[in-house]
Ligand binder design. Structure first.
Ligand code: HEC
Length: 149
């Protein structure tokens, strides 16, 4: 059984050790080698694409990196999956794009806007996501059993 003094010392030592572990992990998380955000590749085009993404509430139907609504396909690596020409066609279409039944909004985007959104998707697609992008989300954003490895 610990005396009151020993218990106090145990508490203080334990707090100090965990505090320094916490500081160490914080420094490690914020170190350059752990940076996976790909932020050096954010161009003006990427920023405009992100703005279009926000303004039109694309997340009201789609997910990106798993965030958003589960009505429409996950778009994190849509450029790799579909190719630029396909994505551009979807964005510039004047009639709702719906080969699989559910309807995409007919944004009829200008070529410039479509290119900006594509630049945004490419930037997202280059982020290191620790394997998240390997899940086939064309079926459902929750389709974990469809891992390609
Ligand atoms: C009202 C819901 C809705 C909104 C809002 C929406 N989408 Fe879609 N989108 C869909 C649906 C549904 C599909 C799938 C259509 C199909 O393949 O049949 C789709 C398909 C797509 C595709 C092709 C994906 C693939 O894997 O084939 C892209 C790219 C896309 N949307 C981009 C966007 C962008 C960018 C925005 C915002 C500017 C947006 N969407 C807003 C519903 C939506």
């Amino acid at each position: 059984m610990l005396s009151k003094k020993q218990a106090k010392a145990f508490f203080l030592a334990g707090s100090l050790v965990t505090f320094f572990i916490f500081i160490g992990l914080t420094v490690f998380s914020l170190s350059k080698s752990q940076d996976q955000s790909n932020s050096e590749n954010i161009t003006a085009e990427v920023a405009r694409g992100k703005h279009i993404w926000e303004k039109n509430n694309c997340m009201g139907c789609h997910t990106i990196m798993g965030e958003g609504a589960y009505y429409a396909p996950e778009l994190t690596n849509v450029i790799e999956r579909r190719g630029e020409v396909y994505v551009k066609t979807v964005l510039m279409s004047k009639t709702p794009w719906a080969p699989r039944g559910r309807k995409m909004v007919a944004y009829a985007m200008s070529e410039q806007d479509a290119n900006d959104v594509i630049a945004f998707f490419k930037w997202i697609g280059d982020i290191n996501l620790n394997g998240f992008e390997k899940v086939d989300r064309t079926v459902s954003p929750l389709a974990k059993d469809k891992m390609k490895n």
